[in-house]
Design a protein around this ligand. Structure first.
Ligand code: IMP
Ligand code: MG
Length: 175
């Protein structure tokens, strides 16, 4: 039998929330430009959709970190696999994440980026699982709080699969 995926957040609802977040960020950064950082690979669709909805000038860079391996539990040992190409010094930076779970990933990345002296540094996440938090992280922009379930789609994977689904769904494993 195949893994079973049940829709949790529809494509339409994602679109609505991402537009609203783009409008909010555009208001809050009025007169400034924003340097968006995509945390690969899970935030690719959220990152590109959000970037299109932000009406102030945007530049982009990409970072890849490992935290999960192929399982569904975060370990504390977060590593940078691909660092940013460009300096963030003096820039208004927004880190774009797919999901905040234990908080380990952001708690590792944020101090590293702060040391590089951006003008400001905030986090935008598509999803947040507040019940799972192990370390406290400051997340300014969240589209959806979700329950403690493993989700896939709209960029999020299980073992590199299901990123291409246009919605976010809860996965129940075939085992
Ligand atoms: P954290 O370090 O535990 O906060 O986890 C952050 C990363 O774990 C996310 O950026 C995702 O890549 C991955 N992750 C956490 N929960 C899920 C999930 O439900 N589905 C897919 N990936 C997840
Ligand atoms: Mg991620």
């Amino acid at each position: 039998m195949a893994d079973k995926i049940t829709e949790l957040i529809s494509e339409d609802l994602i679109d609505t929330k991402v537009r609203q977040l783009g409008e909010r960020i555009s208001r809050e950064y009025s007169g400034k430009s924003i340097h968006l950082i995509c945390i690969l690979k899970g935030s690719i669709f959220f990152f590109s959709d959000l970037a299109k909805r932000i009406k102030v000038p945007v530049t982009m860079d990409f970072m890849s970190v490992s935290s999960y391996g192929s399982g569904t539990e975060s370990k504390g040992d977060v590593r940078i696999k691909k660092d940013l190409d460009d300096s963030i010094k003096g820039k208004h930076v927004i880190i774009v994440e797919d999901i905040v779970d234990s908080g380990y990933t952001l708690s590792k990345i944020i101090p590293i980026l702060r040391d590089r002296e951006p003008a400001s540094l905030e986090v935008a996440t598509l999803l947040d699982k507040p019940d799972r938090r192990v370390v406290d992280v400051e997340v300014k922009y969240t589209c959806f709080n979700i329950p403690d379930e493993f989700v896939v789609g709209y960029g999020l994977d299980y073992d590199q699969k299901y990123r291409d689904l246009p919605y976010v769904g809860v996965i129940k494993f075939d085992n």
